[in-house]
Design a protein around this ligand. Sequence first.
Ligand code: HEC
Ligand code: HEC
Length: 489
Amino acid sequence: MLRARRTQRLQDHHGWTSVETGVDVPILRMGVILVAAAIFAAPASPFALAGEAKSPPQSKALPAHLDHEGYRLLLDKPYVKAGFNQELFDQLYQSWEDPLAEQAAKATPEQRTQMAYDRYGLTKAPGREGGMPLQYTNDGKGGWSINCFSCHGGKVAGQVIPGAPNSLFAMETLAEDVKATRRKLGQFSLRDLAAGVFPQGGNVGTTNAVMFGVLLEATRDKDLERVFDRPYPKMVHHDMDAPAWWLMKKKTMLYADGFAERDHRALMQFMMTPENTGQRIRNMEDDYRKIYDWIMSLEPPKYPFPIDHQLAEKGREIFNRNCSECHGTYGENWTYPNRVVPIEEVGTDPVRLTALTPEHRRRYQENWFSYYGKKKVVTDPQGYVAPPLDGIWASAPYFHNGSVPTLWHVLHPDQRPKVWRRSIDGYDTEKVGLEIETFDEVPATVTTKAERRWYFDTSGFGKSAAGHTYPEVLSEEEKTAVLEYLKTL
Ligand code: HEC
Ligand code: HEC
């Protein structure tokens, strides 16, 4: 089992916390660029991407927000090297556990593809007929190149919403299955070395994205050209729930701790995979201006179920008295204070805050991403941003680590589940959020890592669902009204 296999050691000196995982040891001996290569793509030479895919025909009458050039770029242009190809994807079921593998073997190819989509958190791509799921881009030769939607686009109550956090993405399960299937087929890829070595995401829907960034940044100089002589950076692996993209237009500073000023260059960190030279990254700046414009134009999705507007109106007043100082006000003359709340005060899981050290942040501050120091970078943030709550119904689970499955549980701090498991498309309209089952601990019948990732265990490292006790001052009646109001945002 995942947790048993890792030896976790916490240290607490120089103000940071580190977890050393036993499995990290072999990669410490490899150069940092090799590790990055192993995780993100094979370092094929020449270090350039082959042809860029042509846009497949667009479906007619797309809603305006999907007809935007920024969206088309994300969907159709590969920015990183493909991790595997269609042929391999179609064979992945061979590595599944039984009875799933047996069922898949008997299923039609279409059913099998759907089973794979369900297992990995993949969806159809709105505005793209057929072809790859939203979360991947064809590299022009049938290769699957991961795109931003793997973490930033997925299903909410069964509806695909580009820009919503992909709360179903099973990144590590996919990487494991790719590795196992390649092995079965007698193939080898350097990338597979990483599966099982560098944790990618301990739970479905959350990823170790912040540590990917730290690793990749350690392979770059100030101009983002690759360097080969750096020591392996300090790693504190932990999983994050991606924020909804429609909130970006209200934020002046990005990320859970608001450490980096909002700018299109911040979005380009994803491109630091080994095959991209600094030059290629910098040359893509115009694309990312368009992508940024698209993200800035996104509107939150509307709550699709009935709302009691009278009750919501009561909730609005209670919200404005108790919550607005941090989360702002909503409606035509909205306000948003961009507040960072000290960690001791908010009391949610502290791992993300300390995992990114001042040294990591300084590196970001000094390089091309922040215009060599011209953009604001906070190297020692004290807590977490109180995010805007627009479309909050659609971005469950809650808090930066995705530890709380519904808004009702946000409002009832002492009743948050210790261990929970969600359904794929179910939506709980009573509690407003994911439809879940709760447990005292992960059931003993869960034996595979793939299945284990469906259980969110709040006792895990970086997984605490504690804190944010502000709703405790409200009566039950007031909470019910606030819950109704939250549906309208
Ligand atoms: C492997 C998952 C993953 C991929 C792929 C990914 N992101 Fe993210 N993204 C995250 C996570 C997790 C965060 C939150 C990090 C934090 O707050 O520390 C985030 C944060 C962001 C933010 C900050 C939003 C805010 O409100 O603070 C933006 C903007 C963003 N990502 C854009 C992109 C773009 C554009 C791409 C593709 C070029 C991309 N991301 C690819 C996981 C991912
Ligand atoms: C003192 C500031 C403060 C007050 C007051 C406050 N919050 Fe928050 N809230 C935060 C912070 C900070 C976070 C982010 C915590 C994290 O991600 O770890 C947060 C997170 C949330 C989230 C989850 C957001 C997400 O995208 O995951 C919800 C929902 C929320 N608050 C609702 C409320 C409600 C309702 C009230 C009033 C009863 C309230 N908050 C009062 C600071 C505050």
